[in-house]
Design a binder for this molecule. Structure first.
Ligand SMILES: Nc1nc2c(c(=O)[nH]1)N[C@H]1C(S)=C(S)[C@@H](COP(=O)(O)OP(=O)(O)OC[C@H]3O[C@@H](n4cnc5c(N)ncnc54)[C@H](O)[C@@H]3O)O[C@H]1N2
Ligand code: MOO
Length: 415
C-alpha cells in the first residue's frame, strides 16, 4: 500500500485559518548586537550583497605573494621585501625577483598574481625571518588566490523574503555587508489552560486529579518552533473567567493556544465562550485524533486556537493547524513541514473514515522505518507513549489497516 494525503477537510480547515492570519509587521534590526533577535527570525524582504565577497583578491594560503613569471625557472631565490598579514591594507610594489610574505585572507598585492605556499619554500625549514626565500616549485598565475566577488558579486541576492535566519544565512548576510535586516520575529503567544482536574506536576494527587501537562507540551512545541510562550495562564472552568482571559490575552498577544473545554461536555466552557465570536469556527475535522477543532480570529485581535484537552489530540492539532498559522504570521515561505516516506515496521489498525495522525518512532537504516509509539486504538490520551514519538504517520481516510512493509507518509517532529 502506498499512502498520500488527499485534499479534504483537514486542508479546508487549515486553509480557512491561514486566510485569517495577518502577517506580523516587519522590524528592522541592527546586525551588530542583534543576534538574539535575528537568529531564527524570518526575512521580510530579499537582501542583496552590498559589497562583493571576497571584498578583494586575497591569499588562500600562508606563504609568499609572487609574480608567477619569477617562479618559472624554480628552484629560484626571491627577495622578501615585507609582509602582508590579514588585516593589512598595504599594497607593496613588487619589482622582478621580489616577493612578500602573505597570510591567508590578506589582500594580494596588485603586482603579484600568485601565492607560493610556505611548504613549497625554504621558509618551511628556516622559518619566516630570512631576507630571501628559496621557491621550490613554479606556480601558475592565479595559484592559491581567492578572487574578488567569486563567492557573491555586489548586488547578488544572498537571502530571500520568507527564509529563516539560520546560522549560515545570518553569517552570509553579515559578511555581505548587511548592517540591519528587515525581519519578522516570533509572534507573542499565550497558553491558556482550563480543566478542574489538573494540578501542578509533582503535586500529591487525589482520585480524579492528574498532573497538568498541556502547558509544558504547548510551551515545548512552541519552543521547538522557535517561539517562546510569553504567558501561561491557568483558568477555572467558568465562562466569565474564560471570557475575561480571552479578552485580556486577545488584545495583548498575537495568538492564544488553549487546551480543553471544546467537547460537548457540561464543563466545556471554551467552546461555549467562543460560540459568541464571529471570526472563530468550530469544526469536526475528519482526523484522528484531534477531531473537535475551534479556532479563528478573536474580536480582541489575536488568533485563537482552542485545542482539545486530550494531550496527543492537542499535540496533533498544534502540528496540523497551529504551527502552520504561526509560521504564516512570521512570513515563512514554507508553512508546512515536508513529509517523507517510511516503511511500516509493524502493522496497525487505521482510523477508517478519518485521516489517522499516529505518533511514531523511527528506525534509521537503509530505509526509514516507523512504528506507532502509542496504541493505534487509543491515541488521543496516550501521553505516556507519546513521550517516545519522533513524528507522525499520516494514514489517509479510507485505509483501515497498515500492514508491515507498507509505505506510509510521515512527518518528522524531531530532526
Ligand atoms: N460525548 C462526547 N464526548 C467526547 C467527544 C464527543 O464527541 N462526544 N469528543 C471526544 C474527543 S474526540 C475529544 S478530543 C475530547 C475533547 O475534550 P475537551 O477539549 O473538552 O477536553 P477535556 O474534556 O477538558 O479533556 C480531555 C482529556 O484531556 C485531559 N486534559 C485536559 N487538559 C489537560 C492538561 N492541561 N494537562 C493534562 N491533561 C489534560 C483531561 O483530563 C481529559 O482526560 O472530548 C472527547 N469527549
Ligand atoms: O478527536 Mo479526539 O482528539 O480523538 O480524542
Amino acid at each position: 500500500m502506498s499512502t498520500g494525503i488527499q485534499p479534504g477537510e483537514l486542508e479546508v480547515h487549515r486553509d480557512r485559518l491561514l486566510s485569517q492570519v495577518v502577517p506580523l509587521a516587519p522590524r528592522q534590526i541592527e546586525v551588530a548586537g542583534g543576534f538574539a533577535a535575528l537568529h531564527g527570525a524570518v526575512l521580510a524582504e530579499d537582501v542583496r550583497a552590498t559589497h562583493p565577497l571576497p571584498l578583494w583578491d586575497n591569499s588562500a594560503m600562508d606563504g609568499y605573494a609572487v609574480r608567477s613569471v619569477d617562479t618559472a625557472a624554480a628552484p629560484v631565490a626571491l627577495d622578501v621585501i615585507g609582509e602582508v598579514p590579514a588585516g593589512s591594507g598595504w599594497d607593496p610594489k613588487l619589482e622582478p625577483g621580489q616577493c612578500v610574505k602573505i597570510m591567508t585572507g590578506a589582500p594580494i598585492p596588485s603586482d603579484a598574481d600568485a601565492v607560493v605556499r610556505i611548504e613549497d619554500t625554504s621558509a618551511a625549514v628556516t622559518g619566516w625571518d630570512a631576507a630571501t626565500v628559496q621557491i621550490h616549485v613554479p606556480v601558475q598565475p592565479g595559484k592559491d588566490l581567492r578572487r574578488r566577488g567569486e563567492d557573491k558579486a555586489a548586488g547578488q541576492p544572498v537571502a530571500h523574503a520568507g527564509e529563516q535566519l539560520t546560522a549560515a544565512r545570518l553569517s552570509a548576510l553579515a559578511a555581505a555587508g548587511a548592517s540591519s535586516l528587515p525581519v519578522r520575529t516570533a509572534p507573542k503567544v499565550a497558553v491558556l489552560i482550563t480543566g478542574a482536574e489538573l494540578l501542578e506536576p509533582g503535586t500529591a494527587l487525589s482520585r480524579g486529579q492528574i498532573p497538568e501537562t498541556n502547558s509544558l507540551l504547548m510551551a515545548g512545541l512552541l519552543a521547538e518552533s522557535g517561539i517562546q510562550a510569553t504567558t501561561v495562564v491557568h483558568c477555572v472552568d467558568d465562562t466569565a473567567a474564560v471570557r475575561e482571559q480571552l479578552e485580556v490575552l486577545g488584545s495583548t498577544h498575537d495568538a492564544i493556544l488553549s487546551t480543553g473545554g471544546v467537547g460537548p461536555g457540561a464543563y466545556d466552557v471554551m467552546r461555549q465562550v467562543l460560540d459568541a465570536e464571529p471570526g472563530v469556527q468550530a469544526a469536526r475535522v475528519k482526523i484522528r485524533p484531534g477531531q473537535p477543532q475551534c479556532a479563528g480570529r478573536l474580536q480582541a485581535g489575536a488568533m485563537v486556537f482552542a485545542l482539545p484537552g486530550n494531550p496527543v489530540s492537542a499535540a496533533v492539532s498544534f502540528e496540523l493547524f497551529v504551527r502552520p498559522c504561526l509560521r504564516a504570521m512570521q512570513g515563512h515561505r514554507e508553512v508546512l513541514r515536508p513529509t517523507l516516506r517510511a516503511i511500516a515496521a509493524v502493522g496497525w489498525k487505521a482510523a477508517a473514515g478519518r485521516l489517522q495522525v499516529i505518533p511514531v518512532v523511527f528506525e534509521h537504516g537503509e530505509q526509514l522505518r516507523c512504528a506507532p509509539a502509542v496504541q493505534a486504538s487509543s491515541i488521543s490520551h496516550s501521553v505516556g507513549g507519546f513521550g517516545a514519538a519522533e513524528g507522525y504517520a499520516l494514514v489517509p481516510a479510507g485505509i483501515d489497516r497498515v500492514n508491515p512493509g507498507d509505505e506510509v507518509e510521515v512527518l518528522r517532529m524531531i530532526p
